[in-house]
Design a protein around this ligand. Structure first.
Ligand code: ZN
Length: 162
């Protein structure tokens, strides 16, 4: 994705209330970001751990969501992240909910899905699938593309909620 400034990120949120923007913490200085191969930018608020943020590009426009992470309960079972489809220990997959954009959001509606608790899908999909001998590069690229697409679809659903 294209490099974004803190102001551009702040302006990208489609489901943020004023209070969210007051609390918003964009630790760009502390994040070592390699923008070009990045599918999306995701991070957890350092001071309020239940708050997460994700920014994707939708048709070339930076579009961000404020997410609430469910209280993490130490679950015995592994879980699958719905974005990168990587199997993770239970406490590393969390239900993330996003207040819908627009009118639906003002009515208090939200959309949730399971995601990697630290929003590390971008790395997980690459780490979890090193290229095996004889494996086609295309199949790895497909998983990476699918991960990016699923995150974009989620953000779009939240943004376009009526
Ligand atoms: Zn994931």
């Amino acid at each position: 994705m294209q490099e974004l400034t803190a102001e551009a990120i702040r302006a990208s949120f489609v489901n943020a209330e004023e209070r969210d923007l007051e609390l918003l913490d964009i630790p760009l200085d502390h994040m070592l970001i390699d923008w070009f191969p990045l599918d999306f930018l995701g991070w957890r608020d350092a001071s309020t751990r239940s708050r997460c943020y994700v920014v994707v590009e939708l048709d070339g426009v930076a579009t961000g969501l404020v997410l609430r992470a469910a209280q993490s309960t130490a679950r015995a079972h592994n879980g699958i992240c719905n974005i990168c489809r990587t199997m993770q220990p239970g406490n590393q997959v969390t239900m993330m909910s996003a207040r819908k954009g627009g009118e639906a959001g003002r009515r208090g509606e939200s959309i949730g899905t399971y995601m990697c608790a630290d929003l590390s899908c971008h790395s997980n999909v690459r780490l979890a699938h090193p290229l095996a001998p004889g494996e086609f590069r295309a199949s790895v690229d497909f998983r990476i593309d699918s991960t990016a697409r699923r995150m974009r679809d989620f953000v779009r659903r939240v943004r376009d909620a009526e």
